[in-house]
Design a protein around this ligand. Structure first.
Ligand SMILES: *Cc1c(COP(=O)(O)O)cnc(C)c1O
Length: 453
């Protein structure tokens, strides 16, 4: 029997609302704390840093939030994205499992990040904000916010983690083409950047450091707010459009996933594809498994601790209750730059604590091996981040083969790797290696955290 390769929704079938899973959780996430007073953070205390509309979404307990028309209009440039049956990968693995992937790589910036960049720029614009600041790791978030800001007439400063700035020169070009100002972080343009360089001579930077710089700039310049590409509740909310679409598409395909997989940096694409399905577990009696695939070199969910921790290196952000490796953790320079972050979002951390989701870790070499197999079987070269989800999906498909079971696997292809070919070249040259984080290093960094959880 011929399988349907691609399930495409019409523009009119694009979801009109984002889904907020907090409404359906019995154990709500613990509150964020003010970094100074250690008291639960009040919405108005966040409004100096983020646009009001986003702060409101950060705290909301409403189940569904309407997507503004201006945001839907821009989503239409690339949404709804296709759901694809990975028939080539199934054949290559000779597995009885059915594998589907949601193809977020079709967005103009090549990743899911635009799903949150567009609404973030929109809520800043309608408040009268003129400038935004942000950080970027691999460059995907920076690219997405660059074009989103351009759409709404805002200007943008991007602090790009130095290792990526050097390794991924074309991401800089993309951001500049969209009109953003890009600097390598830590930089000399902020006080904290200068301090970090003095304290860590020759540092290759980290997302935590870049966030500190972007936050400082947003707090010290008028009419400026900051935008974050992952971790926070409002970002996760925006990304649920992935799962809402995928649910409609799986229904058309006549299947329902037994397991849903996403790679995991701060959680936005994993949560985005998972939460609309997880709702069926919470309120509909389904028993789908949800697997977050993280790099072995930055294993916050599999080996981190649940504690209150800062989102950045300097302790400027609120304290978040999360699985963390400690905000001083300096991840190895792996090529999946978007996954080099020390912590996980608060909702997803609570879900992990309550065993409603699972996590697995993937070695760098295994991730590239999976990426190459996928590229050859499906024709799409995946982002180094996305290869972690592919590796986890392959593991599940091979397990199904061993057990002789049919199983439906859905994973999110968070982005393509066409701007990351230097990483693939290094993989083929045998220059990449695996990194194991020693237990003492995690223990040392987590021990420095104040025990508030
Ligand atoms: C940023 C990014 C990730 C990791 O971030 P999450 O918030 O965990 O989704 C994964 N894949 C791609 C392509 C990215 O750009």
């Amino acid at each position: 029997m011929k399988v349907t390769k691609k399930i495409v929704l019409s523009e009119n079938d694009m979801p009109k609302q984002w889904y907020n899973i907090v409404a359906d959780l019995t154990n709500k996430p613990m509150p964020m704390l003010h970094p100074g007073t250690k008291q639960p953070l009040k919405p108005e205390e966040m409004e100096g840093l983020f646009a009001k509309g986003l702060v409101e979404q950060e705290f909301t307990t409403e189940r569904y939030i309407d997507i503004p028309d201006e945001v839907r209009d821009l989503y239409r440039i690339y949404r709804p994205t296709p759901l694809v049956r990975a028939s080539g990968l199934e054949k290559a693995l000779d597995t009885p499992a059915k594998i589907y992937f949601k193809n977020e790589s079709v967005s103009p910036v090549g990743s899911h990040k635009l799903n949150s960049a567009i609404p973030q720029a929109y809520y800043n614009k309608i408040q009268g904000i003129k400038h935004m600041t942000t950080e970027t790791g691999a460059g995907q978030w920076g690219s997405a916010l660059s074009i989103a800001c351009k759409h709404f007439g805002l200007d943008l400063d991007v602090f790009m983690v130095k290792v990526s700035y050097d390794q991924k020169p074309y991401r800089k070009s993309v951001m500049r083409t969209y009109g953003a100002n890009v600097v390598a972080s830590p930089s000399n343009t902020t006080e904290v950047g200068r301090r970090l360089q003095a304290a860590h001579p020759g540092t290759s930077g980290s997302l935590g450091m870049a966030i500190s710089e972007a936050v400082e700039k947003a707090m010290t310049q008028p009419d400026t707010r900051y935008g974050l590409g992952s971790v926070l509740n409002h970002v996760i909310l925006h990304q649920t459009i992935i799962g809402e679409e995928a649910k409609k598409q799986m229904e058309i395909a006549g299947d329902y996933p037994d397991v849903v997989i996403g790679c995991f940096g701060g959680g936005s694409n994993f949560c985005g594809i998972s939460f609309p399905f997880l709702r069926d577990n919470l309120v509909g009696g389904k028993q789908t498994r949800f697997i977050a695939a993280e790099p072995a070199s930055c294993p916050k969910l599999t080996r981190g601790k649940f504690e209150y921790d800062f989102g950045d290196t300097e302790g400027f952000t609120p304290l978040l209750p999360m699985f963390t490796l400690g905000h001083d953790f300096e991840p190895a320079d792996i090529h999946a730059g978007g996954l080099r972050y020390h912590g996980a979002g608060t909702i997803v951390s609570q879900l992990m604590k309550d065993k409603l989701i699972e996590a697995t870790d993937v070695e760098q070499l295994e991730s590239f091996e999976a990426g190459v197999l996928f590229a050859q079987a499906e024709g799409i070269i995946p982002a180094p981040e996305s290869t972690h989800a592919i590796a986890a999906a392959i593991k599940e498909a091979l397990k199904a083969k061993e057990e002789g079971k049919e199983k439906v696997i859905l994973f999110n292809l968070s982005g393509h790797g066409l701007i990351d070919m230097a990483s693939y070249d290094r993989y083929f040259a045998g220059e990449l290696k695996n990194y194991q984080v020693p237990e003492e290093e995690i223990a040392k960094n987590v021990a420095k955290l104040e025990k508030l959880a």
